[in-house]
Design a protein around this ligand. Structure first.
Ligand SMILES: [Zn+2]
Length: 457
């Protein structure tokens, strides 16, 4: 594509903003209807609701003139819709997901999770933000340009994001050609705070391993042999202790690490958001955001060893731990696994036998956050908020982002979102900030117009 204009016409912008404002009541009604469908994709829940949310999503897209199909490739139903744009106009692919997390305990909610309720400018409900508001932001942009779309639009709404997108690779294999686009908008992340839009440009990847340490071929009496013979739990704990240096930085050598954008994030805010106890220090060095977004981290998430209740005076012969390592966005997961494996083998205390198995791995994502599509996206955000967007990272993994980056290497990938720091996605009292949501809708509508001003070269 070539860049034709990056000047926005103030009158056109004001008109689009007014159009979106006028659309908000109906968008809200449709969002509430979607939120009332308890489309929890966890298998223990009634999956007919996931079917119902796919149908409801399909109906919303059909009403905007899209050709729509519901596809299922061994997992939950996904919705694919398409509508052509003018000749020569670029195509935008819009992603969201229609499944939701389980509500948890109803008693933790101030209003019923599947009965959307407004309080203080926020709409409360499971999925009211994550990610049914993502679906509605796409609908908003389509409605804002109804009858005169400046771009071709393909919409892909997945039904199993909250359970790990298991059939996504198969869907991309079998239906990927329908999803080809010049720009991809993945609306499932967050903005920086109320009033400050953000593009998520890095996501960390993940390596999970189980390490088993064995020192004896059977358990023996700790009184008879203790002092001369090592037990496996102590050996395992010593091995785990080598994974960080004294400051708390990951001590595994050969891992990549980057720097986060220079944004204000105080230790006070970290303590408040994480519940870190007074007197307990943070770990690692460098800015807090780089520690959480762009550097590796390593956590022991489980240990197999006799429980305190079932313990006896025995030198335990074998013990294992599950380690979860977050890796830098541009790290190759298999390289990180090899580095971790090497570290664990080389640091085995007292010659203990160490076995490592890879439990799970996922690539991170580092956007090439430059070029004409990113320029237009940043301008669209600035148009909508009156403030330039910031580049943020996310410390966790969003596996589908890497899947799209791999399948569509030539498309510009924008990770946007409807959330803000108070959204509590996945938690009790999940909510959407309605004022910010309108800006999200304006930004996407403006993005369509801006991308439409670009032509394929
Ligand atoms: Zn989500």
């Amino acid at each position: 594509m070539t860049d034709s204009t990056d000047q926005s016409d103030p009158a056109e912008l004001a008109a689009l903003r007014d159009t979106v404002r006028g659309l908000m009541p109906r968008l809200r009604t449709d969002l509430e209807a979607l939120t009332r469908i308890p489309s929890v994709s966890l298998p223990a829940f009634d999956q007919s609701h996931v079917d119902a949310s796919a149908e409801a999503t399909a109906a919303l897209l059909r009403a905007e003139g899209l050709e729509v199909e519901i596809v299922r490739e061994g997992g939950a139903p996904a919705v694919i819709g398409h509508i052509d744009g003018p000749d020569g106009a670029p195509t935008v692919m819009l992603y969201a997901h229609h499944d939701v997390q389980p509500p948890g305990d109803d008693a933790d909610w101030d209003s019923a999770p599947f009965e959307p309720t407004e309080r203080d400018g926020r709409l409360y409900g499971r999925g009211a933000a994550d990610d049914k508001a993502g679906i509605m932001a796409h609908i908003a942009a389509l409605r804002a340009h109804a009858g005169q779309l400046p771009v071709g639009v393909t919409v892909f709404v997945e039904g199993e994001e909250e359970v790990g997108s298991d059939s996504l690779m198969t869907i991309l294999e079998r239906h990927g050609d329908k999803l080809e686009a010049d720009a991809i908008v993945l609306a499932d992340s967050t903005n920086w705070d109320i009033g400050t839009p953000a593009l998520t440009t890095t996501l960390r990847g993940l390596i999970r391993v189980v390490v088993t340490v064995t020192t004896l071929d059977h358990g023996v009496h700790s009184g008879m042999f203790g002092g001369a013979v090592p037990d496996a739990i102590t050996a395992l704990v010593r091995l785990i202790a080598t994974l960080h240096d004294d400051e708390g930085n990951v001590a595994v050598t050969g891992l990549r690490s980057g720097e986060a954008a220079d944004l204000e994030f105080s230790e006070e805010r970290l303590r408040e958001e994480s519940g870190l106890l007074d007197g307990v220090s943070t770990i690692g060095s460098g800015s807090l955001l780089s520690r959480m977004w762009t550097k590796p981290s390593l956590t022991t998430i489980g240990i197999n060893a006799p429980s305190v209740e079932k313990s006896s005076n025995t030198l335990v012969p074998t013990a294992s731990a599950k380690l979860s390592m977050r890796i830098a966005a541009d790290e190759v997961p298999t390289d990180a696994f090899v580095a971790l494996e090497k570290h664990l083998l080389e640091n085995a205390p007292w010659g203990a036998k160490v076995e490592i198995t890879l439990d799970d791995q996922g690539a991170g994502f580092a956007a090439d956050a430059s070029g004409p599509v990113y320029d237009q996206a940043r301008a669209a955000f600035a148009d909508a908020w009156g403030k330039e967007p910031v580049d943020i990272g996310v410390g966790g993994s969003i596996p589908f982002v890497a899947a799209f980056a791999e399948r569509f290497p030539d498309a510009a990938i924008l990770v946007t979102g409807v959330e803000d720091p108070d959204t509590r996605a996945h938690g009790a009292n999940e909510s959407l900030h309605l004022g910010e949501f309108e800006k999200v809708c304006v930004a996407e509508a403006v993005l369509f117009a801006r991308l439409g001003s670009m032509r394929r070269s």
